[in-house]
Design a protein around this ligand. Sequence first.
Ligand code: PLP
Length: 421
Amino acid sequence: MDFAQISPPKTPSAWLDMDALDHNIALVNQKTQAVNLRLATKSIRSTDVLHYIKANSPNFIGLMSYAADESVYLLENGFDNILCAYPTLDMISVKKTFQYTKQGATMIWMVDRPEHVDMLNRVAQENETVIDICLDINMSMPLPKLYFGTKRSALLSKKDVKTLLKHIKKSANVNVCAAMGYEAQIAGLPEHLPGKALLTPAIRLLKNRSQKQVSQRRGSIVNWLKKQGYELQLVNGGGSGSMDFTSSQPEITEITVGSAYYKPAYFDYMDSMAAFQPAAGFVLPVTRQPEKGVITCHGGGFIASGAIGIDKAPVVHYPSNLTLLNDEGFGEVQTPMMLSKVGKKATKGDSDLKIGDAVWCRHAKAGELCEHFNELIGYRDASNQVQATNNESNDVNGSVSTGVKVLKTMTTYRGEGKCFH
Ligand SMILES: Cc1ncc(COP(=O)(O)O)c(C=O)c1O
């Protein structure tokens, strides 16, 4: 998208480059065509965008939600086939889903501990129903001095699964209908962490080794479950960074993808994401100029979750000649930037930005961007207009300039007054 042509954009606001989004949707579809596609809602956080991706993804099967109350909200909004990715203690929301499941909707809850099973079993029993559950199999690779993976599920081995299943057999109101093995250390770990170039070969090596172990462990547990008579509706795996690998695994029936659609800055550091295009971010107004060569934007302090580091900070996307100040970074409500690259003297043209201009940035993570804005403003290059789908009838203010059009605003969860955790 030619950001220079969007003048003036609404600031601060969140942007969605519809051409880049379409590119990413097509690429996801191409990479995952061998399996079903489940959208990770935590990385989208907008029902408008979920509907848009769904409408353009032939292998779409359902959603991976991240919270129980969010799952209710998605069912209320007409979505079906929801797999809640993380165990929940919110039985009030679980109960609210029964009105939908009793009418045939698919709602599956994640478990990896007897406590999860007991709570679900109890609420199902009290409401004279049966709850579908999914076993979360831990795909991490523990090594003698390094745990290569994520510490979430307690089901690391077949033995762990067998023990939990023994407990589940005593629970008449839950039904094991699915298995998930999310290889986070392959799908979500970048090879090129900023300032850590020396780690790149080690990360690549570990990912490679881990892939072999994931294939073996997930494949053998799934085969064993089937031999025991469990009829698995789905075997879920993967994420944005492992599309090629996960889609090629014989035990997998579906892959989850979310971040690839917006391609936030954190995914710039990942080998497998090179062909994806940045599709979402936020744009800030330049409101101050404290000295020559420095401008200050209003807003910007949208830091991503995870282990604290520079890779969790937003990045400036356009114009390219701006540098953050080490002492300030992206500030809570003010973000100063130098009008030149570090170590270089300002050259002619660098000082072009003035008060009232816009600075286009990207968040490090995908869905978290949407927690800061009520809507994503969709732009499309006018020359690609012909491809605009019927979904784009909701123009907000038509043409803002010759080349780029504002097509549609997509409301975020936040814009709908929703805040899920
Ligand atoms: C269980 C699970 N599956 C899949 C994903 C992949 O999501 P994304 O494609 O946004 O990286 C995640 C992300 O954290 C996850 O927790």
